[in-house]
Ligand binder design. Structure first.
Ligand SMILES: C[S@@+](CC[C@H](N)C(=O)[O-])C[C@H]1O[C@@H](n2cnc3c(N)ncnc32)[C@H](O)[C@@H]1O
Length: 243
């Protein structure tokens, strides 16, 4: 089929991220290259965020002490990974997969997992939306998305991770009874989120439609949350369960 005749060739993908070029510190670089950390980096050999071979997150833990049937959390956009690693260390019998596109963050996160000898962590380099589309239905117990890029300008709203289309994709991969937890420090995005999520079929707002959840104790403060608080922003948490 020629390019002209195939309409799918003309669809422009709108990403929820902009790849930032920031300094890679020595520890992060070591984790991305030293075989000692390879067990954490699911697709590091590709180095370019190639997700084509990842169709199941549970099998990543088959040879670990928890095994593949343990409760599974996926964190999308963990940044530098500090709060993600803190949560994984606090719940050693739960498996944690983190996905990011920012390589210095991926390296730093793997470094922290390795130096703490965590056996319940795997890290994926790539676009969470592509990954979610490739996973089975009813696969993940908890998905967390903390302080996603707020995309403040109106012309950028289409990049917001919380959108009706992206949330339908995410809900499909959640197990029934599983939950989705998100938080933001950007007021406009907070009300946008509650509006989008209250209208996704199959999700129920734990605080009741239109309401936010008090910040739960188990969510450590993240880097972006701290930055937002220093600038005088509020923080809004939302937890939804899949019916
Ligand atoms: C504002 S930062 C927040 C980082 C961290 N959660 C925190 O609170 O400190 C958002 C992160 O999400 C990542 N991100 C955005 N869209 C993504 C996607 N589709 N897949 C994977 N990571 C994504 C970005 O690279 C960025 O590091």
């Amino acid at each position: 089929m020629s390019t002209e005749a195939d309409p799918s060739k003309h669809i422009r993908i709108v990403n929820t991220f902009m790849k930032r070029r920031t300094h890679m510190n020595k520890n992060a670089e070591q984790a991305l290259t030293d075989p000692e950390f390879a067990e954490y980096l699911v697709n590091n050999s590709c180095g370019d965020g190639n997700l084509n071979d990842i169709h199941d997150l549970r099998i990543l833990f088959t040879d670990t002490s928890n095994g593949s049937e343990a409760p599974l959390t996926l964190e999308i956009g963990f940044g530098l990974g500090d709060s993600f690693i803190e949560m994984a260390a606090a719940e050693p019998t739960r498996n944690f997969v983190g996905i990011e596109v920012h390589e210095p963050g991926i390296g730093k996160c793997a470094y922290m997992a390795g130096t703490q000898n965590l056996t319940n962590v795997k890290i994926i380099n790539g676009d969470a939306i592509q990954l979610l589309k490739q996973l089975p239905e009813n696969h993940i117990d908890r998905i967390q998305l903390y302080f996603p890029d707020p995309w403040q300008k109106k012309r950028h709203y289409k990049r917001r991770f919380v959108s009706p289309e992206r949330m339908a994709i995410l809900t499909r991969s959640l197990k029934r009874g599983g939950w989705f937890h998100t938080a933001t420090d950007w007021e406009h995005y907070a009300f946008w989120m509650v509006d989008v999520l209250d209208n996704i079929a199959g999700l129920s707002n734990q605080a009741g439609n239109g309401n936010f959840t008090p910040r739960p104790d188990f969510r450590p403060m993240t880097k972006f949350e701290r930055r937002g608080l220093e600038r005088g922003h509020g923080v809004w948490d939302l937890i939804y369960t899949k019916d």
